[in-house]
Design a protein around this ligand. Structure first.
Ligand code: KIV
Length: 267
C-alpha cells in the first residue's frame, strides 16, 4: 500500500473527494486509523488536553511531540502523518521554525507539519519551511495556542472585520505554500467562503460541512472523553463506557477468584 502524499491530499479537492482526518497520539490508535482508511492523521498538540490532562496546549514540548509523532508514523501505511508544531517551537524565529519543523520529518517520521496563524510572522515561517522541503498545513480561526490572546476558546469570525481577516489569512497561507488549511471554530458560512476562495483543501473542525475535509480529536470521536462536549463533536462510539464496563468486570473476577479460569491458565 502506498502512502498518501501532500500532492494526493491537494488533488482530492480538485477531484471532489472529501478528506477524512483524525488525531492520534500512539501506535495502536494510528494502526486502527490507518486500517480504517483515514486519509490524514494529525499528531495534534491536543496531546496536552486529550492525553496529558492539561488545561490547554501551551505546555506541550517539542520532545513530547516528536516522541508521539514517531509512534504514529511507525503505524501509518497509507495515511499522511502531520506533526503539529507546539507553542513556542516556531513563534520565536524563522530559524527555530525550520529547525523544529525538520525534526518532525527526520526524527518523528512525519510527512508534513502544521502550525497556527495566518499573520505575516506565520507566513514567513511557512515560506521558509516549504523552501526547506517541509510541507506545511496552515490553521486559522480558533487557534488554541492563542487562547489567552483570544480571551478563551470562542468561535472566531463572527464579526465582519474578523471574517474578512480570516479569508485574507487563508488566502495568504495558500500563497505562502501551505498544502491545506485547518479551519477551526468558525461559522459555516465563513468556512464555505474560505473553501471556495482556495484551491488547496480546507479541513474543518467546528467549521461546518462545506469544508473539503473534517478532522476530529481521537478521544472525542470515539467517546473516550466525557464531561463537557463542544457542539461540533459527534461521538461515533461510547468507548469510555465500554472500557469502564470491561475494567469493572475484570476487577470483579479477580476479586472473586474467577479470573484466571482454566482457559487462561498453563496446565
Ligand atoms: O491539536 C489538534 O488536535 C489540532 C486539531 C484540533 C486541528 O490542532
Amino acid at each position: 500500500m502506498t502512502a498518501l502524499t501532500v500532492t494526493d491530499i491537494r488533488a482530492m479537492k480538485a477531484a471532489g473527494r472529501r478528506i477524512a482526518a483524525v488525531t492520534a497520539y500512539d501506535h495502536p490508535s494510528a494502526l486502527l486509523a490507518d486500517a480504517a482508511g483515514l486519509d490524514l492523521i494529525l499528531v495534534g498538540d491536543s496531546l496536552g488536553t486529550a492525553v496529558q490532562g492539561l488545561a490547554n496546549t501551551l505546555p506541550v514540548t517539542m520532545d513530547q511531540m516528536i516522541y508521539h509523532t514517531a509512534m504514529v508514523a511507525r503505524a501509518a501505511r497509507r495515511a499522511l502523518v502531520v506533526g503539529d508544531m507546539p507553542f513556542m517551537s516556531y513563534q520565536s524565529s524563522v530559524e527555530a521554525a525550520v529547525a523544529n519543523g525538520g525534526r518532525f520529518l527526520s526524527e518523528g517520521g512525519a510527512a508534513a507539519v502544521k502550525l497556527e496563524g495566518g499573520h505575516e510572522g506565520a507566513l514567513a515561517r511557512i515560506r521558509a519551511l516549504v523552501e526547506a522541503g517541509i510541507p506545511v498545513m496552515g490553521h486559522v480561526g480558533l487557534t488554541p495556542q492563542s487562547v489567552h490572546a483570544m480571551g478563551g476558546y470562542r468561535v472566531q469570525g463572527k464579526r465582519e472585520a474578523d471574517a474578512e481577516r480570516i479569508v485574507r489569512e487563508a488566502r495568504d497561507l495558500e500563497a505562502a505554500g501551505a498544502f491545506a488549511v485547518v479551519l477551526e471554530g468558525i461559522p459555516e458560512k465563513l468556512a464555505k467562503q474560505v473553501t471556495e476562495a482556495l484551491s488547496i483543501p480546507t479541513i474543518g473542525i467546528g467549521a461546518g460541512v462545506h469544508c473539503d475535509g473534517q478532522v476530529l480529536v481521537w478521544h472525542d470521536l470515539l467517546g473516550l472523553s466525557e464531561g463537557h462536549r463542544p457542539k461540533f463533536v459527534k461521538p461515533y462510539a461510547r468507548l469510555a463506557a465500554t472500557i469502564r464496563r470491561a475494567l469493572r468486570a475484570y476487577a470483579r473476577e479477580v476479586a472473586d477468584g474467577t479470573f484466571p479460569g482454566p482457559d487462561h491458565t498453563y496446565h
